[in-house]
Design a protein around this ligand. Structure first.
Ligand SMILES: C[S@@+](CC[C@H](N)C(=O)[O-])C[C@H]1O[C@@H](n2cnc3c(N)ncnc32)[C@H](O)[C@@H]1O
Length: 213
């Protein structure tokens, strides 16, 4: 049953509400369409940017960064918040190289720290605390990432985690694949933990936005 839950016209409408983007960011969106790379897209990007602005985030850690599209939204927020650092982590050297090019062209040179490594281990090894952590790694690894994220996020910090609707697969009772179970288990844990206030926002493929008390 892994299929898009929202009708195309609704996705298009939400994306149409996002203000015009820099040509470099638009090129990154076009490339994702062309090669079918799963970026968060404009509506989720705008939401990430907005949350980062709302909490004045200046220390952001991203797990599973791709070629830097989601990073660009956080970097813009951090820049407008007065400057700071966004950690870009992906285990693919080529994606990291591409991200350096795009984020440099967008004017975020010097604000992004690049790590070519496994993301949860990198977070564990990086001194915190962070104002905002964004998680978009392989979905089966979501549950095991939660204690590390909880340890590294400051009280009052925010976790944003993508694909929490997992294209509807979570509703398929016959789907017990590792990624689907990872999304279900992570959702159970964070929504039942009194240390977090979490909501699932059904933009694109569903973002959980969680406040660490
Ligand atoms: C969904 S894509 C990232 C998209 C990106 N957040 C964006 O919106 O622009 C996830 C990327 O992280 C990589 N990845 C997945 N799990 C990872 C992990 N545990 N550690 C490091 N990289 C990981 C994947 O290979 C892929 O390149």
């Amino acid at each position: 049953m892994a299929t898009d839950l929202l009708p195309t016209y609704l996705h298009d409408y939400l994306d149409s509400l996002v203000p015009p983007r820099a040509p470099e960011l638009q090129a990154m969106e076009a490339y994702a369409k062309q090669v079918n790379f799963p970026i968060i897209g404009p509506a989720s990007g705008q939401l990430c940017y907005q949350v980062a602005r709302m909490i004045g985030a200046r220390r952001v850690f991203e797990l599973g960064s791709g070629y830097g599209y989601s990073t660009a939204w956080f970097a813009r927020a951090v820049q407008e918040n007065g400057g700071g650092t966004v950690h870009h982590v992906v285990w693919d050297e080529e994606l990291s190289r591409k991200a350096r090019g795009h984020l440099g062209a967008l004017g975020f040179e010097g604000m992004v720290e690049y790590h070519v490594a496994e993301a949860v281990e990198t977070l564990r090894a990086t001194p915190g605390p962070f104002d905002l952590i964004f998680n978009d790694i392989d979905k089966h690894a979501y549950p095991e990432s939660l204690p590390v994220i909880a340890e590294k996020l400051r009280p009052g910090g925010v976790l944003i985690i993508d694909n929490m609707l997992w294209h509807g697969a979570i509703f398929d009772e016959g789907d017990h694949t590792l990624n689907t179970e990872g999304v279900r288990e992570f959702t159970r844990r964070i929504t039942n933990d009194v240390g977090w206030a979490a909501s699932l926002i059904p933009v694109r493929d569903g973002l959980i936005i969680a406040y660490k008390k």
